[in-house]
Design a protein around this ligand. Structure first.
Ligand code: PLP
Length: 398
């Protein structure tokens, strides 16, 4: 028997469909197809000039190259706390209730390890952003998959979670505005969620990565704005989508000090913090957002793209619901020409093979994602319209 230099844990990470889609894409590109990649939620615009200047100027400074420290520079944490107050009315102690992260993914992947013991239960959404369950697999924690159904506007039915699950659960993780389901939640929902979780001493973890990407004037609330939330909730924020900084890797976790402290303690053992120049750039992004002459929010661009894409898609014969936020369309699959149903994987594969348009099968995000595909609006309007034209021809072919 030979030793395997690959842990069994890796097979539980559930990233296989993404790898498969990447393979389909390179096969199609190899055959000369012009690829329109609407698969990955990576912003296609840069951060503002002021942010890029701050990053480059800080990178030239000689004092930026010592270990930055896991806790993050005081100036980034203070600025993040000031932004939380400005944007959401949430007051935080930047030393105890906020920790900086190398993107929220960093925190999402390590939170269960810092809060849970093997065998604990954590409640996560289905469909959900893949790191949620992957992080539980890494920590040896049992997931309870909470279905998000179209008929409930993709909000969970908290009372349908068995009593025994609530009793065993350490935390519940939700994400509004969401990925892959671009649904939104209001403060009343967060209040109900916190009240339910409090009954069982379950921490509420909210991923607010898309808080600045909402449409028609909607301003997604922070769960931390619910009175008393700091007793039982934490919230992830990311500068990736809000300020087009996905490549610079910066975000933060804010809220309950015990939970924030646990994540910080774990991270003190495994990394040395976010590059100081990136933290400086983050300070400027947050300052700009708070200034009287703030640049347009990230949502403005995606709202225009959403409108033209969805209109053109409807004209091409596929009517999908307009999301209220995010860069994603969670599109219910049309029927095939002969009236039968596609699986999301078959649909995504055939669409890519025949048109070069890449979308992610809903199944990649959990069993409840079957019957949907996720379309990321990460190309300019002309390319998005080219994509809808090709999708229309594909649908007409049956
Ligand atoms: C819902 C959600 N949370 C978190 C992240 C991670 O973002 P980052 O690590 O860039 O902050 C993403 C990235 O796509 C996301 O979609």
């Amino acid at each position: 028997m030979s030793k395997q230099w690959r842990s069994e844990r890796l097979s539980q990470l559930g990233s296989s469909i993404f790898a498969e889609v990447a393979e389909w894409r390179s096969e199609a590109a190899g055959k000369g197809r012009d690829i329109i990649n609407l698969s990955i939620g990576s912003p296609d615009k840069p951060p503002t000039e002021a942010v890029r200047k701050a990053l480059s100027e800080a990178a030239l400074r000689t004092d930026m190259y010592a270990y930055p420290g896991t806790h993050g520079s005081g100036s980034f944490r203070r600025q993040a706390a000031a932004w939380m107050e400005h944007r959401f009315g949430v007051k935080l102690d930047p030393d105890k209730e906020l920790v900086s992260l190398m993107g929220s993914q960093d925190g999402l992947s390590h939170l269960a390890m810092s809060l849970c013991n093997p065998g604990d239960v954590v409640i996560v959404p289905n469909p959900g952003y893949p790191i949620y369950t992957a992080a539980l697999a890494l920590a040896g924690v049992e997931p309870y998959l909470l279905p998000l159904k179209e008929e409930n506007h993709f909000l969970p039915d908290l009372d349908a979670v068995p009593e025994e699950v609530w009793q065993r659960a350490k935390f519940i993780l939700l994400n509004y505005p969401g990925n892959p389901v671009s649904a939104v939640a209001d403060l009343a929902f967060f209040e109900r969620l916190l009240a339910k979780a409090k009954q069982y001493e379950v921490l509420v973890v909210h991923d607010a990565a898309y808080s600045e990407m909402a449409f028609e004037g909607h301003e997604p609330p922070s769960i931390l704005a619910v009175p008393g939330a700091l007793d039982g909730a934490v919230e992830f924020h990311s500068l990736s989508k809000s300020f087009n900084m996905a490549g610079c890797r910066i975000g933060f976790l804010a809220g309950n000090r015990e939970a924030v402290g646990a994540l910080r303690e774990l991270k003190e053992n495994i990394d040395y913090g976010v590059f100081g120049a990136v933290q400086e750039a983050g300070v400027v992004a947050l300052q700009e957002a708070m200034s009287a002459s703030a640049p347009p929010k990230a949502g403005v661009l995606y709202e225009q793209r959403r409108d033209s894409f969805i209109e053109a898609l409807a004209a091409a014969g596929w009517v999908v619901e307009k999301p209220k936020a995010t860069m994603f369309i969670w599109a219910k699959l049309p029927k095939r020409g002969d009236g039968t149903t596609w699986t999301s994987r078959e649909f995504a594969r055939s669409l890519l093979d025949q048109t070069g348009v890449v979308v992610i099968p809903g199944e990649a995000f959990g069993s409840e994602g079957e019957g949907f595909v996720r379309i990321a609006l990460v190309e300019d309007e002309a390319r998005l319209l080219e994509a809808t034209g090709r999708i229309g021809e594909f649908l007409n072919r049956g």
